[in-house]
Design a protein around this ligand. Structure first.
Ligand SMILES: [Zn+2]
Length: 117
């Protein structure tokens, strides 16, 4: 299972500004690295318009890392977040408290939920 994202990078404002330039929709994962370098995903998310600001709003300490990818559109970011959420174990394994939600006013549904039945 892979995230299909760039990184991992340290989660701090300087690094976010260097790696995520301008305002773009996109996806991200937050986690940490094991001693062997493996990235462990703890949370997956997205921003529909400004990934840079969203990443900076997360609490982080010295061990916190992130990965990210730009998205063509908010719809693309939503579908990819759903995929990440299910690929990495959903509620059972991630710190996400809720299934990804579409932007307000949108009726998009998760393309992957049916696979759980
Ligand atoms: Zn789902």
């Amino acid at each position: 299972m892979t995230l299909g994202m760039r990184g991992p990078y340290y989660l701090n404002p300087e690094t976010v500004d260097r790696e995520v330039r301008g305002k773009t929709p996109g996806n991200y994962a937050i986690g940490y690295c094991k001693d062997n370098g493996a990235f462990v995903v703890r949370y997956v998310g997205r921003s529909d318009s400004d990934l840079n600001s969203k990443l900076k709003s997360h609490e982080a300490d010295m061990s916190t890392r992130f990965k990210w990818r730009p998205a063509d559109s908010a719809k693309s970011a939503f579908d990819f977040e759903c995929k990440n959420f299910h690929d990495f174990g959903g509620y059972d394994h991630l710190e996400n408290e809720y299934h990804p939600e579409p932007p307000s006013g949108m009726s998009w549904t998760c393309p992957f939920c049916h696979e759980l039945d």
